[in-house]
Design a protein around this ligand. Structure first.
Ligand code: PEP
Ligand code: MG
Length: 611
């Protein structure tokens, strides 16, 4: 719970927002400063275009400049700020849109087209004004909940968690890298809300409910009280689970299950150790490139890997080579990807490494050198053909030879594995199994490529499901191939961070999971309350269902039975199978101080709510 900080975007409608009476003067000053900057920018364009293309083209910018300096327009914006205490963003948007609409309605085609110039000026001014709110993010002094249309993984990585309590975005999916980073930063987040921020001004109290994917703006006292209750309950459960840290992750019948952590930053290794992780199952090294402004040197790589390996001691650390591309593109090489029509299918990951051998070699040198200090394994991401795996391995061998020639200390016999996250890798799992030392199933991408669903697109989020029977069958295929050749398999996609899937994955035969560090205690709790025969029974039943929705509902029900604490509303038992189209029931708060009448639709979502 906290105050909203809305990161606007010039492409979206600006909400009606007021500023305090005593801030009016400062806000007018802010508007004038922004206007001056925009005018200087237009002047520069005018000069540049005049020199390069000629005066007639430069005239376009003189027209813009005239518009920006029009006293009537500027006066109207300032009046809205001083008289009505509107925020400069809203005053600009309202005034310029009104001018543009008047122009469009004059019935003259030429003038109607000039309205576009006004929209363009609006955009420039808003970008300048709103840019300051992005700037504000770097200079926070009080806790906020960030609400934005989008946050790139790079921006998310830079959030200052001393003040950012959580964030919500209109776009994104629960396995998008922005969401994964929320896990890394250990802050709550809701992504893929859809367009909804136009009505939020900022400064309001916000409840961010990551368990249910809801954001409540300006909630009433009863709602706040309800959430305080559930916050206290979550805290109690978390505290109890954190105490499992020193206990072994073993099923009721004594089967050891290894639970590793997924990390993005070297510091996170401490989050893993604190939760009793068996090591690091996935180190997403590309975040070395996404945080800062400079390309990391071999030394930067080396230091980061040493930090993780040394902290883990004997425990294994799987260092995944760069997975740059798609949504993880460092700003300084963005141009290289500009023409890609479909970045998820484009130059990404191992493909990029194989096309940029010097870059790849820098990383491999650092991994091999750092490997001396711990139990390192190297893993290639997004491998889609045997040739790719062989090429990557060959480059690794080359690097070993170079290091040997130069007399540099390194580790030669480190295991080399691959991510299974492309359907072709599943289909050829047997062939791969002969050549790799281990597999790690990346369900985040495997789901997106198998079900043809963008993992970051909220409009297909209902189709993007870990419980899809096609995904279960793919996991079975990989396990079978790996078993035949005696190769270990881990699941490191977000599926294995979700306690609902633990019984299923163990029942299918997995004995290693790699998950977001903060989910480790919950996963351990499930493992410790489950026997392998029971997990196998659950997996058999789940695999016999033909709809993803039924699989997921079934697994949720089983989880509620095995570990009631881990299901948020533990005091209701709902059977989702064969229920009537809508189902009404009372939900009681944990202390039974209040209740709500709710209606559930067939998917188990609340349709309406009455306190
Ligand atoms: C995956 O695809 O499941 C995975 C773990 O890799 P990433 O999320 O980094 O794409
Ligand atoms: Mg992936």
């Amino acid at each position: 719970m906290g105050q909203a900080l809305v990161l606007g975007s010039e492409n979206f409608r600006i909400p009606r927002k007021f500023v305090g009476r005593d801030a009016v003067e400062a806000e007018v000053h802010r508007f004038r400063t922004s206007l001056d900057r925009v005018c200087r920018d237009i002047e520069n364009h005018e000069i540049l275009v005049g020199e390069q293309l000629g005066e007639q083209y430069a005239a376009i910018f003189s027209a813009h400049l005239q518009l920006a300096r029009d006293p009537r327009l500027v006066g109207e914006v300032e009046t809205l700020i001083t008289r009505d205490a509107y925020s400069p963003e809203y005053a600009v948007s309202r005034t310029l849109r009104r001018f543009a609409e008047q122009m469009q309605n004059l019935g003259d085609k030429y003038l109607a087209e000039r309205a576009l110039d006004i929209f363009d000026l609006e955009k420039r001014l808003l970008r300048e004004l709103l840019g300051q709110s992005r700037e504000e993010l770097n200079n926070l002094t009080a806790p906020v909940i960030v609400l934005a249309h989008d946050l790139t993984p790079g921006e998310t990585a830079m959030l200052n968690t001393d003040f950012v309590l959580g964030f919500a975005t209109e776009v994104g999916g629960h396995t998008s890298h922005t969401a994964i980073l929320a896990g890394a930063l250990e802050i709550p987040a809701v992504v893929g809300l859809g367009r909804c921020l136009a009505g939020v001004a900022g400064g309001e109290t916000v409840i961010l409910d990551g368990d249910h994917g809801q954001v409540l703006i300006d909630p009433d006292e009863a709602t706040l009280e309800r959430y305080r209750d559930s916050q206290a309950r979550n805290l109690r459960v978390s505290e109890r689970l954190e105490s499992l840290e020193t206990l072994e992750s073993k099923t009721l019948d004594g089967q050891r299950v290894h639970i590793f952590g997924n990390i993005e930053f070297p510091e996170e290794v401490q989050h893993c150790i604190k939760r009793g992780a068996d090591g690091v199952g996935l180190y997403r090294t590309e975040f070395l490139y996404l945080g800062g402004n400079q390309e990391p040197s071999e030394e930067d790589h080396y230091q980061a890997y040493c930090q993780v390996l040394q902290a883990c001691g004997e425990r294994p650390v799987v260092i995944r080579t760069l997975d740059i591309g798609a949504d993880k593109i460092p700003a300084r090489i963005r141009d290289r990807f500009a023409d890609s029509q479909n970045p998820m299918l484009g130059l990404r990951s191992i493909r990029l490494s194989l096309q940029s051998t010097p870059l790849f070699k820098v990383q491999l040198r650092a991994i091999l050198r750092a490997a001396v200090y711990g139990n390192a394994r190297v893993m290639f991401p997004l491998v889609s053909s045997l040739l790719e795996f062989r090429q990557a391995k060959m480059i690794l061998m080359d690097v070993m030879e170079d290091l040997e020639d130069a007399g540099v200390e390194f580790k030669r016999d480190l295991p080399v594995g691959m991510m299974v996250e492309v359907p072709s890798a599943v289909i050829l799992a047997e062939e791969f199994a002969r050549e790799v030392d281990f597999f790690s199933i990346g369900t985040n991408d495997l789901i997106q490529y198998t079900l043809a669903c963008d993992r970051s697109d909220p409009s297909v989020a209902n189709l993007y499901r870990s419980g899809d029977p096609a995904i279960l069958r793919m996991i079975q295929t990989v396990l079978k191939a790996a078993e035949k050749y005696g190769k270990p398999v881990t699941v490191c996609g977000q599926m294995s961070s979700d306690p609902r899937f633990v019984a299923l994955l163990l029942g299918l035969g997995l004995r290693q999971l790699s998950a977001t560090p903060h989910s480790i205690p919950r996963l351990k709790e499930v493992v410790r309350n489950l026997s392998i025969p029971e997990a196998e029974r659950i997996a058999r039943h789940a695999a016999s269902l033909d709809l993803a929705r039924d699989v997921e509902h079934y697994l949720l029900g089983e989880l509620g039975r095995i570990c009631p604490d881990l299901v948020v509303w533990t005091n209701i038992k709902i059977c989702f199978h064969n229920q009537p189209p809508s189902w009404r029931c009372w939900l009681w708060s944990e202390k039974e101080t209040h209740k709500q009448l709710v209606t559930l639709n067939r998917d188990g979502f609340l349709k309406q709510e009455r306190t």
